[in-house]
Design a protein around this ligand. Structure first.
Ligand code: ADP
Ligand code: MG
Length: 568
């Protein structure tokens, strides 16, 4: 054994520690969920690696997670016999912040001082939640492929430094010992810990065990020696089953919601879920959820951290494979895909070329669109929540998923001259149902803000003729409209372009006015010269004297500005 070595946390770790301990104190208890989730990940990893290398399981094939406590020592211990870590991994995984998501989170937090508890635990700060309740944390870990002499002891008070020491550890896996802060006694209770496991970790796929008779020990409030229980004195206290493999009829709504929360990422209930088994020459099960609120990486505009859709092969977790299983515009979806027929040694590179996976992806996409459609039809309030959270993400599908363009377009909602305020409530079908006789165009206006769109002088002529115009002011709208030229046989057109529908009387009136204004037009052309392409008498306006118009091939002004900003 070598002497303990003291090291500094990366500056960012110190920042995260500070942030986590100060923003999580109303959700203190999630430390247990986070540590159990890490233990479960570690068991998943070992099970996967052992497929290629069965000797890793050597004599200890039952993977489990043990939660115990010691009233005298005032500790809580979470132990797993999963993959474990070597010294290098300990330093890399819990002494630094590798995830770019966490970095972005920190940057966002630096700007906006209100730390949002909802976000924590979604991106690699999970382990540090231990310091919300503990003033010292000890990690004892040995990687499954390392000898007993190469155990690692990591210890820290969470204040900027940690120590590392090589120790002898008889078993593989990781043990996390929390030395509780003086005021956190409530967690030194079997009843409390047990109820937290049920609440947050019921559907973790490995047995979570607690010492037998923990309730009785708890009730007898005298300070008897709580010896660590022996191997045969444990009770499994969670369901420890892969929920998605059970029959739908046997799963309650609470089970589905509980499972969603055990996937991490969200404290809130999901809006909807869809659980399906596909049988055939290719069989697979999908359990997909629509969250009620955007996950962190969407809020930050990031795309590189797509977690939340897990690929299992015959109940063995293989990898987070959101990118392989769903198109990018559905990246908010969470859940599980379990395939029967993929090779277990599949790599990410192979996955990307796998044709079976293409089918699974198409099936998942269809299920998600079905689920959103059903919300739109049957649960307007939830659909409204969905549109607020993910409407703009869904718009990306118009360009990304040509095959489903019409289905996606049907789900979109817009602000409109015939609806109240800026709320997005009008569908293209609503618009078509209100079209005037003979109208064959869906009109829209785009601007940088809703107010600018609603106040556009180009709307005057449309208002005067009672023609509805959709008001678009999201950054993505102009891009989306570049792909959405038609819907249900109707052309989509900007009010800034193209011909306005005029009736006969109006046409004649317009021609007379144009004639009368010819000298004025000639004078304006002279004055404006090169700065304009054309000066015309317009039927667009009723109150304003003039406006800028675009030819069919011009870019919308704010889109042109966006491109300029981007240096194009
Ligand atoms: P995340 O779980 O999102 O990766 P955490 O902060 O919870 O972030 O954990 C950081 C990393 O530490 C994990 O990714 C893993 O590599 C390692 N780790 C944490 N707990 C364990 C454990 N019980 N066994 C093995 N590795 C672990
Ligand atoms: Mg974690």
């Amino acid at each position: 054994d070598t002497a303990p070595e003291t090291r500094q946390f990366e500056a960012e770790v110190a920042q995260v520690l500070h942030l986590v301990t100060h923003s999580l104190y109303s959700h203190k208890e999630i430390f247990l969920r986070e540590l159990i989730s890490n233990a479960s990940d570690a068991c998943d990893k070992l099970r996967f690696e052992s497929l290629a290398n069965p000797s890793l399981l050597a004599g200890d094939g039952e993977l489990h997670i043990d939660v115990s406590w010691d009233e005298k020592a005032r500790t809580i211990t979470i132990a797993d016999n999963g993959i474990g870590m070597n010294r290098h991994e300990v330093v890399a995984n819990i002494g630094t912040i590798a995830s770019s998501g966490t970095r972005r989170y920190l940057e966002a937090m630096a700007q906006d001082k209100k730390a949002d508890t909802r976000l924590i635990g979604q991106f690699g700060v999970g382990f540090y939640s231990a310091f919300v309740v503990a003033d010292r944390v000890t990690v004892l870990t040995r990687r499954a492929d390392a000898p007993a002499s190469e155990g690692v002891k990591w210890e820290s008070d969470g204040k900027g430094e940690y120590t590392l020491e090589q120790v002898e550890l008889p078993g593989r896996g990781t043990t996390v010992v929390l030395h509780l802060k003086p005021e956190e006694d409530e967690f030194l209770s079997g009843w409390k810990l047990r109820s937290l496991v049920h609440r947050y970790s019921e559907h973790v796929a490995f047995p979570i065990r607690m010492p037998k008779d923990s309730d009785a020990a708890d009730a007898a409030d005298e300070s008897t020696d709580t010896q660590p229980a022996g191997q045969d004195e444990w009770d499994t206290i969670n369901a420890a089953s892969a929920l998605w493999t059970q029959a739908k009829s046997e799963i309650s709504d609470e089970d589905y919601q509980g499972f969603y929360k055990s996937l991490g990422h969200d404290f809130a209930d999901p809006l909807a879920w869809s659980h399906n088994r596909v049988e055939g020459n290719q069989s697979f099960t999908t359990l997909l959820y629509l969250p009620a609120q955007p996950p962190f990486e969407l809020m930050m505009g990031g795309r590189d951290e797509r977690k939340g859709l897990k690929l299992y092969i015959k109940r063995v977790f293989v990898m987070d494979a959101a990118e392989e299983l769903l198109p990018n515009y559905l990246r908010f979806v969470r859940g599980v895909v379990d395939a029967d027929d993929l090779p277990l040694n599949v790599s990410r590179e192979l996955l990307q070329q796998n044709r079976q996976l293409e089918k699974i992806k198409a099936s998942c996409t269809k299920r998600v669109l079905d689920m959103i459609e059903s919300l739109a039809k049957n649960e307007p309030e939830k659909f409204d929540t969905f549109i607020k959270a993910f409407g703009n993400t869904l718009k990306e599908g118009i360009g990304e998923d040509t095959g489903n363009r019409e289905r996606i377009a049907r789900l979109l909602r817009f602000a409109s001259t015939k609806a109240e305020g800026a709320a997005k409530t009008v569908s293209l079908d609503d618009y078509i149902a209100r079209m005037a006789e003979g109208q064959d165009t869906i009109w829209y206006v785009t601007a940088e803000t809703h107010a600018a769109a609603a106040g556009s002088p180009q709307l005057e002529a449309f208002r005067a003729r009672d023609i509805e115009v959709l008001l678009m002011s999201d950054r993505i709208d102009e891009w989306m409209l570049g792909y959405l030229h038609e819907y249900d046989g109707k052309k989509l057109q900007s009010v800034a372009k193209g011909e306005l529908p005029l009736d006969e009387a109006a046409k004649q009136q317009h021609e007379e006015a144009a004639k009368a204004a010819e000298p004025l037009v000639a004078r304006l052309k002279e004055l404006l010269g090169e700065r304009v392409g054309e000066v015309r008498v317009s039927a667009r306006l009723t109150d304003s004297p003039s406006c800028l118009a675009l030819s069919d091939y011009d870019m919308a002004p704010h889109f042109a500005r966006l491109l300029r900003e981007a240096g194009q």
